[in-house]
Design a protein around this ligand. Structure first.
Ligand code: CP
Length: 308
């Protein structure tokens, strides 16, 4: 398995790797699946989701099948981890049987790194602090839609969650990007992630900033992006948390302040909370196209991780 690679964090990717996966995702989107080769024929991919998922689990499963692999899936209640078997023992056993393992966990990336000690080609399909394959799908969507990532202006409104962290670690690698986070007070990006994103931006002539209000929105945004307020697998200790989030709802008034912007959402959505139905289902929304791109991007990730 010398030619396999893990994708546990976007930090695992060089700029060239990131560029390659996004380009390949675009190529896959344009391919006719009926004539596609099956480079993973004979391989077996495990898909282990300890948390709910519609898009990510389906995109990696469908992507692996389309590449010719066979797939073994494990849901939240399936593995003996639930009855006290250690993670190390689980990883050792799965690693001896599988060629790749796609994992969603409520835990930290360290949990995935422990799987990676024994398993070839571990993919982070969302952990507590990063959702790297979401950012890859988002960048693939944006590049396909706008024909560029350089010079992109993206306004993110909502919680500084794992999707926000992934965008922060990916988009500023492209040049002259302006990435502005508007996060509720107390629910911002991890300071270390913001600092890392700003360091990436400084290297590429981009800019990353964060504020905790919705005043003076940046001019000329190409994209307004939000995510659900209750990130999958998490809850908030403050019973009044919604009051803090309400000013960050993306509605027609916010979109009117960004007149040239498309709207993106990683889904699932709660219409009436982080976004109104008018915006999510409106003509500027590319949220469902973005969901479709998760398949193309997951396929590109599997090719990259499995050494194709
Ligand atoms: N965006 C996303 O990760 O969706 P799922 O939770 O449905 O996989």
């Amino acid at each position: 398995m010398a030619d396999t690679r893990h994708l546990i964090s976007l930090r695992d990717l060089t700029d060239a790797d990131l560029d390659r996966i996004v380009r390949r995702g675009r190529e896959i989107a344009a391919e006719d699946p009926a004539v596609r080769k099956e480079p993973l024929r004979g391989r077996v991919i495990g898909v282990y989701f300890s948390k709910t998922s519609t898009r990510t689990r389906t995109s990696f499963t469908a992507g692996a099948l389309r590449l010719g692999a066979r797939v073994v899936t494990f849901g939240p209640g399936d593995l003996q981890l639930n009855t006290g078997e250690t993670l190390a023992d689980t990883a050792r056993v799965l690693g001896g049987m599988l060629d790749g393992l796609v994992i969603r966990t409520a835990g930290a990336p360290e949990e995935l790194r422990r799987f990676a000690e024994h398993c070839p080609a571990v993919v982070n399909a969302m952990s507590a602090d990063e959702h790297p394959t979401q950012a890859l799908a988002d960048l693939t969507t944006l590049w396909s839609r706008l024909g560029r990532l350089d010079g992109l202006k993206l306004l993110y409104a909502g919680e500084g969650n794992n999707t926000a962290a992934a965008l922060a670690l990916a988009l500023p690698r492209f040049s002259a990007v302006e990435l502005e986070f508007r996060t509720p007070p107390g629910y911002g990006l991890e300071p270390a992630v913001l600092a890392e994103a700003q360091a990436l931006a400084a290297r590429s002539g981009s800019r990353v900033s964060e504020r905790h209000d919705m005043e003076s929105l940046p001019e000329g945004a190409d994209v307004v992006y939000t995510t659900r307020w209750q990130t999958t697998g998490t809850s908030k200790s403050d019973p009044a948390w919604q009051r803090v989030f309400e000013p960050f709802q993306v509605n027609a008034a916010v979109m009117a302040r960004c007149p040239d912007a498309l709207f993106m959402h990683d889904l699932p959505a709660h219409r009436g909370q982080e976004v109104t139905a008018e915006v999510l289902d409106g003509p500027l929304s590319i949220a469902f196209e973005q969901a479709q791109y998760k398949l193309h991007s997951a396929t590109a990730v599997l090719e990259w991780c499995l050494g194709q």
